[in-house]
Design a protein around this ligand. Sequence first.
Ligand SMILES: NC(=O)c1ccc[n+]([C@@H]2O[C@H](COP(=O)([O-])OP(=O)(O)OC[C@H]3O[C@@H](n4cnc5c(N)ncnc54)[C@H](O)[C@@H]3O)[C@@H](O)[C@H]2O)c1
Length: 256
Amino acid sequence: MSEKKGFAGKVAFVTGAANGIGRAAALAFAREGASVVVADVSEQDNRETVRLVEGLGGRALAVRCDVTRAEDVKAALAKTVEAFGRLDFAFNNAGIEPKNPAPTADYDEEEWNRIIDVDLRGVFLCMKYEIPLILKQGGGAIVNTSSGAGVIGIKNSPAYTAAKHGVIGLTRAAALDYAAQNIRVNAVCPGYIDTPMMGRFTGGTPEGRAKVIAEEPVGRMGTPEEIAAAVIFLCSDAAAFMVGHAMVIDGGQTIQ
Ligand SMILES: NC(=O)c1ccc[n+]([C@@H]2O[C@H](COP(=O)([O-])OP(=O)(O)OC[C@H]3O[C@@H](n4cnc5c(N)ncnc54)[C@H](O)[C@@H]3O)[C@@H](O)[C@H]2O)c1
């Protein structure tokens, strides 16, 4: 742990932390000195994230948590306080991608429900139970994961587009609700990031990857670490005046 320890003594709760962007963020919080709660439905991958955090000399706790289940979220946060005594930061990042692209009139209703449930309602449930804990020690910061699909429409993807736009609206509403109580709520909007989700999205083939990369002005996908860096910034005092912001980190994909 050679880097700065701006978050020493602080506690971060990260959902979707078993893989991809969430795992990179868990490691980034640990590098800053925070204790990390690794909350995800994937218990095996949770354990691997914890192992990686501990490899950095950090402290982490793995908690199985389905963000669509209020009982899971409450229990995971209770374990957070039991293990580390407080909650300062939350990165509400767990999400799923669409599986059956289709225009709106043909879109599968069950897939709609599932995506809205995980990608939007899951963020609401997490904030609902995180905020009272963060208020207990006088404030902190929350970052929610939206997407490029939160700021532009995506063809054949009505549910994901709506959920990710919804995350930005929810972020702004919650930001206003708690700004005066010293909780800052912001969002990140990643472009194409090289994670297991992206592997499923591209089919993991060179052609699939090339198609995605062709949409990126910078000529490459982003890394999970590039999103994690933004999350750390938004949680830090350097972002003390940033409230309800949706930070796009996408290599220029959505400005074309
Ligand atoms: N990878 C990208 O290009 C990209 C782009 C924009 C936005 N995002 C968003 O970033 C977030 C993370 O994506 P990623 O690429 O790291 O995905 P990933 O699939 O690699 O990791 C997501 C993690 O979320 C967990 N998860 C899924 N459903 C859950 C639930 N109900 N409760 C708890 N955990 C659950 C999974 O087990 C997994 O570990 C998602 O919200 C995604 O929509 C990703």
